[in-house]
Design a protein around this ligand. Structure first.
Ligand code: AKB
Length: 312
């Protein structure tokens, strides 16, 4: 029998594409999308949708019981830049939604969880290059603190209660279907929109700020792969390092200029520079590659081509 899946935060940058991918794989009626507000017309027409606040345990439990949900993908979160402005709101959203799904699994109302962590779990004292799976963390942002705490709780629920929770540390994600909101790596999406609209972009990070990034198709592929892997292959229950490409603003600008020859970039770093400076510039994801066969497909050139073709 087909399994029932619930996506929390289905209208966001990752949630939208995850909803389409899971519906294609399992059939549209098996995948319930939910968010605190409705998504665009295409998403709303693609299958069942519930207005749902992931921090409201009883509303969440009602939806889970009504649809006999087995798997939950918790994509609702406040990202790094917005979380610095609203620390308590970020903490409440990011932690309470996670506790709600972990407790549903502890009570055997659902059987599997996907929860995304982030490169934001690392901090200024973390070695920057090829950052290892297990290393100094000490995140210095509200978002990073919530993701690191979340990782500890995932591991705890797995060890104490046998909760099957799986997670990857997403790098910055580049996509054209839905815009990101409130992140530090968002510049790597905005730049394509502005390049097409005005052939100019003012970057809020300075030259030389190299960050780990990934095209959305790869992120979705990783998410489906870790969730489908046999339980014995999941050896890390906090969250797996996950990597594809790393680049600085001037490198993405150069890759755009190969297609839009009059493209010009200016730099006006703001408060997000400090967040970016606290994160690694590249990630070692050997464990994900070894344990469940992770492989990325998109380099920067291929990403730029996809973005410009689909947005143009
Ligand atoms: C952000 O910039 O906050 C996110 C992330 C790296 O988790 N994209």
């Amino acid at each position: 029998m087909a399994k029932s899946i619930l996506i929390l935060g289905a209208c966001g940058q990752i949630g939208t594409e995850l909803t389409y991918a899971l519906r294609q794989k399992h059939g549209k009626d098996c995948v319930v999308a939910s968010d605190i507000r409705e998504g665009d017309a295409t998403l709303m027409a693609s299958g069942p949708f519930e207005l749902l606040d992931a921090t409201n345990y009883s509303a969440l439990e009602d939806v889970v019981m009504h649809y006999e949900i087995e798997e939950v993908y918790l994509m609702a979160a406040m990202l790094s830049a917005t979380a610095e402005k609203f620390p308590m709101r970020a903490w409440n959203l990011n932690m309470n939604s996670l506790f709600n799904v972990l407790n549903l699994a502890k009570e055997k109302k659902i059987s599997k969880i996907f929860w995304p962590s982030s490169i934001a779990v690392f901090g200024p004292n973390t070695p920057k290059e090829a950052t290892e799976q297990h290393t100094i963390m000490e995140p210095s942002t509200v978002y990073g603190i919530s993701k690191q705490s979340g990782e500890r709780w995932c591991q705890y629920y797995y060890e104490k209660y046998g909760v099957d929770v799986r997670s990857v540390r997403y790098p910055g994600l580049i996509s054209w279907k839905t815009q990101p909101g409130g992140g530090t790596t968002d510049y790597a999406v905005e730049i394509y929109h502005k390049a097409i609209e005005t052939q100019t972009y003012t970057c809020f990070l300075k030259k030389g700020t190299t960050l780990p990034m990934m095209f959305m198709d790869d992120a979705i592929k990783a998410t489906l792969a870790i969730m489908e892997a046999p339980e014995t292959q999941i050896k890390i229950r906090s969250s797996y390092n996950l990597a594809a490409i790393s680049f600085a603003p001037e490198e993405i600008a150069a890759s755009i200029a190969l297609h839009i020859t009059n493209f010009k970039m200016k730099y006006e770093p703001d408060f997000r520079q400090q967040i970016a400076d606290s994160w690694p510039s590249s990630i070692n994801d050997d464990s994900a590659r070894k344990d469940w066969g992770w492989q990325h497909s998109f380099d920067l050139e291929k990403t730029t081509k996809e973005m410009l073709t689909n947005l143009g």
